[in-house]
Ligand binder design. Sequence first.
Ligand code: SF4
Length: 316
Amino acid sequence: MYVTPEKIRKLADEKGYIIVAHNYQIPELQQIADYLGDSLQLARIVTRIDAKKILFLGVDFMAEVMKVLNPEKKIIVPVRYSTCPMANSLTVEDVLKYKEIYKGVPVVVYVNSRTEVKAVADVVCTSANAVDVVKALDSDTILFGPDKNLTSYVAEKTGKNIIPIPGETGYCYVHNYVKDSEIKKMMSKYPNAEVMVHPEVPKNIRNLAHFIGSTSQMEKYPASSKANEFIVVTEVGMPAKLEKLYPDKVFIPVPSMVCYNMKKNNLRNTYLALLEEKIEVTLDSELIAKARKAIERMLEITEGAERSERKVVKSA
Ligand code: SF4
């Protein structure tokens, strides 16, 4: 079956679906999205739109965040097992074990975590607001997971004693394994380019950066920079989004940084998802309520900052 982006768009419109896609999706899927952004941006924008039916393109924990914040909406996905190894690296048992050892210490979990884990955490954070969330907590010691690299970045920025959970096994393979030799080679090839890096990378890569930030922060940075070229040290899908926002600037992807889980969605299975409407995201209502509490705590903490972040890009 030959599927074009136009064919998917037409079917979505006929069936009344809004298409919501993460920044790391392939460009052909970014192109058909009504909304394109990071997971929390998208889940929040969906709370403000009328549509009752959402086709979500990303990985499973993101689709679940969308369901937690929009329990009344029907959310379908193309692939049931498009998952995130980093999110899966932290279990409920791990969190409960650490809570037992460090009694009374707040637990902060990255939005890239299982819904069940969010349900036993005190507060959720994103890579954009992790530093603010940790600073706002009235404790000098914090349990933080699952990304060990984001943990070390937050510890650097806050000066607090941040204990990584689960520890060395918590990382995103896309960001953790990028080599500084690859980035240095690109810097030599593009000497005028600025280097933007995601805080999920290790410290030796952060040390090469002109700018460190989440994907939503990367969307804003080029506007304030005089540079015309940027090496984008995050998943290879992101430059397509940036090119759309800044058509006069050049964004260079790092070839090794591919998330194969994000790339499980393609034109064919996206079309079939709309045609069959079979793979729906469902969550227990008690789980939704518990996970939502930790997300809402984050929103309370970051309310001021979030207000100024409400510009979610609607794709052309
Ligand atoms: S890029 Fe990393 S954190 Fe994001 S879904 Fe892929 S493996 Fe998970």
